[in-house]
Design a protein around this ligand. Structure first.
Ligand SMILES: *Cc1c(COP(=O)(O)O)cnc(C)c1O
Length: 401
């Protein structure tokens, strides 16, 4: 079958809730992927940072195969021999007290919302059904109903209502707005350290530090959604480290499995997770031995193979070189670690999608976020000569245009 036949089949039988680039991938290794016609591409999206460790990492693959032969799913009705180790390793690595395992990122977000509400009523003393959670404009926290209900992206929320009440929106990067919006009913502030889907929006320096102070002072749980920024993407294990703070609840997912399997987790520094008693929350697949074995290995190689350090070093180099590109349409080049974006001026012909299409022809896969921003976020195993390979092609498309 050729590319157009695959596309025809997909379009005929599949829901059209995505608009993918027309490339049919059949194989991946490290930062590289191959399509059905034998073309090779550098993956500069890395499945929205779910494959930080690179495609089909052999060590994770082996852990997955070994575990799959032994035991895959017990449900949490019984214990398994992998979960205690994932708990311990995650807590030690991230300096957390407790862990709750789920599958998708959105489920980790939902879990956090449930926990902080319950904490609000039972510990903080908020009046029944009055709990408020503050979120930021242009957030992305997933696709469930509660979550899209507090999205400010009309396309993501229009006509999916009625939505759950109890959320208030403030601008991202504005700590004063947080301070002013908190009331006695506020139980939590949910925020991404860097807004990924909004287009790699980096808040002003000192923002998270100030947010931490405000939340501590006013007894509000700080929830950091590190599902995209976490696990090395920004050149630190967690992006909170850039400002030397610790969230009360940290949400991770995506690269927690290196792309092999959906695994997410809620990490807790304060005892918010202890609010949950048996029967009050759960997931059939959450914490299953296959997921735990994969996640343990994905975390281990992130450290053992110096991927976090490499993300910082390669990210700095990539960003500084991109900033040298001369192009009248470029409005901003920004990033941290290997989470990098180029934003074009409004009205640029074809938008960022046209740039993504041109890069695809030259062997680089990346995707626009919104209309005028393009993101570069390759797996964290990229080497300097490979960054140079990408830069050469990006310059070819953008320089002196
Ligand atoms: C991807 C993402 C999510 C949702 O994760 P899913 O696994 O797609 O449910 C939540 N928050 C952020 C910041 C993300 O990037």
């Amino acid at each position: 079958m050729n590319t157009s036949e695959y596309i025809r089949l997909e379009n005929e039988y599949g829901a059209a809730n995505y608009k993918p680039l027309d490339v049919i991938l059949i194989r991946g290794k490290g930062i590289w992927v191959w399509d059905v016609d034998g073309n090779k591409y550098m993956d500069c999206l890395a499945a929205y940072s779910a494959v930080n460790q690179g495609h089909c990492h052999p060590v994770i693959l082996k852990a997955m195969m070994d575990q799959a032969e032994k035991l895959t799913l017990t449900s949490r009705a019984f214990r398994n021999d992998q979960l205690p180790f994932l708990y311990e390793e995650l807590c030690k690595l991230t300096n957390s007290h407790k862990v709750l395992p789920m599958n998708s990122g959105a489920e980790a977000v939902e879990t956090a919302i449930k926990c902080v509400r319950k904490w609000g009523y039972e510990v903080k003393g908020v009046e029944k059904d009055k709990a408020e959670i503050i979120v930021c404009a242009d957030n992305f926290h997933g696709r469930t109903l509660a979550i899209v209900g507090f999205s400010t992206d009309e396309n993501a929320r229009a006509n999916f209502g009625p939505f759950a009440p109890g959320f208030k929106t403030i601008p991202f990067g504005d700590a004063d707005a947080l301070d002013e919006t908190i009331t006695e009913n506020t139980v939590a502030f949910l925020v991404e350290p860097i807004q990924g889907e909004a287009g790699v929006i980096i808040p002003p320096a000192g923002y998270l530090k100030r947010v931490r102070e405000i939340c501590t002072e006013k007894n509000v749980i700080l929830i950091l959604d590190e599902i995209q920024t976490g696990l090395g993407r920004t050149g630190a294990l967690l992006a909170e480290e850039h400002e030397g703070i610790e969230a009360d609840l940290t949400l991770i997912g995506k690269a927690l499995s290196g792309g092999f399997y959906p695994v997410s987790a809620v990490l807790s520094n304060r005892e918010v997770l202890e609010i949950l008693k048996p029967g009050q929350h759960g997931s059939t697949f959450g914490g299953n031995p296959l997921a735990c074995s994969i996640a343990r290995t994905a975390l281990k190689i992130l450290i053992d193979e110096n991927m976090i350090e490499n993300s910082r070093e390669m990210g700095e180099y990539f960003l500084s070189e991109l900033k040298k590109i001369k192009n009248r349409q470029i409005k901003d080049v920004r990033g941290r670690g290997l989470m990098i974006a180029i934003e074009f001026h409004d009205g640029t012909e074809g938008g960022a999608r046209a740039v993504a299409e041109k890069l695809k022809v030259l062997g680089i896969l990346c995707k626009e976020t919104h209309t005028y921003t393009i993101r570069f976020a390759p797996p964290l195993v990229i080497k300097k000569d490979e960054v140079d390979w990408a830069l050469k092609r990006i310059r070819q498309v953008l320089d002196n245009k």
